[in-house]
Design a protein around this ligand. Structure first.
Ligand SMILES: O=C(CO)COP(=O)(O)O
Length: 256
């Protein structure tokens, strides 16, 4: 029976700008032999050019469904003269299930702000895919005690949306790719805050998944998954290695 993904732990590998046809195939091929993980929704987020390859490769998984996730999408909804852009409709056409929106690297290198993220979320919802909004404070914001203010502002893109499904990744910017992980207390506090914010913005019957991201690896995953309101992980570097990614999936499967 198909599991309800809104009750599972999500473990999504964000490959960022990494991957090559052969390596991708090898990694997905190995993932196919994983035993059944009925508590976990597994996802892979390759660079756009490899989405179709990954989608086709995960069609033949044996025990687990593996979701294909895009790292970004165009803010333009309709097809047309937008050189270099890929629409949500095209993503759906090649088999994408989930689309990451507003990763901090998008804000850092492409100056992406709330208004653009809102357009992208609307485009993704319009074609029936799931947006996964990434939020998180900078080091300066945390040092100044403004981390909740920063995250609340980022979450405000959800206001008034016509959806009952909210997927968020809390990724403190200072923990991404640095080896520094937020403490259990910091994670618990922020995940509770994100739940409360979504419920107050969107009403009580929302489906909510809040993933933690930032230096998650095979050593710390079990501890992170034991924190209340941690519904999974968005994994960068460690998702590129089969052993560490599967250890994180196993930790999610064993979590309460
Ligand atoms: O940005 C991230 C996932 O989206 C986290 O990256 P790392 O796991 O490499 O810190």
């Amino acid at each position: 029976m198909e599991q309800n993904i809104w009750q599972q732990k999500w473990v999504i590998g964000n490959w960022k700008m990494n991957g090559q046809l052969q390596d991708n195939n090898a990694l997905v091929h190995k993932l196919r032999s994983l035993p059944e993980h009925n508590n976990v929704c597994i996802g892979i987020s390759p660079p756009t050019v490899y989405l179709l390859q990954v989608h086709q490769a995960v069609q033949i998984v044996l025990k687990n469904k593996i979701f294909t996730c895009a790292q970004d999408v165009s803010r333009f909804a309709e097809k047309g003269a937008y050189t270099g852009e890929v629409s949500a409709e095209m993503m759906k056409d090649v088999g994408v299930d989930i689309v990451l929106i507003g990763h901090s690297e998008r804000s850092l290198y492409f100056n992406e702000k709330n208004d653009v993220q809102r357009q992208k979320i609307e485009n993704v919802l319009k074609v029936g895919l799931i947006p996964l909004l990434c939020v998180g404070e900078s080091l300066k914001e945390r040092e100044d005690g403004r981390e909740k203010e920063a995250v609340a502002y980022q979450l405000s893109v959800f206001k008034g949306l016509k959806t009952q499904n909210f997927a968020v990744a809390y990724e403190p910017v200072w923990a991404i790719g640095t080896g520094k992980v937020a403490t259990k207390e910091q994670i618990a506090d922020m995940h509770q805050f994100i739940y409360d914010e979504i419920l107050s913005l969107c009403g009580n019957d929302a489906n909510i998944r809040v993933l933690y991201g930032g230096s998650v690896n095979d050593k710390n995953a079990a501890e992170i998954f034991s924190v209340p309101h941690v519904d999974g992980a968005l994994v960068g570097g460690a998702s590129l290695k089969y052993d560490s990614f599967t250890a994180i999936i196993n930790a999610a499967q064993s979590a309460e």
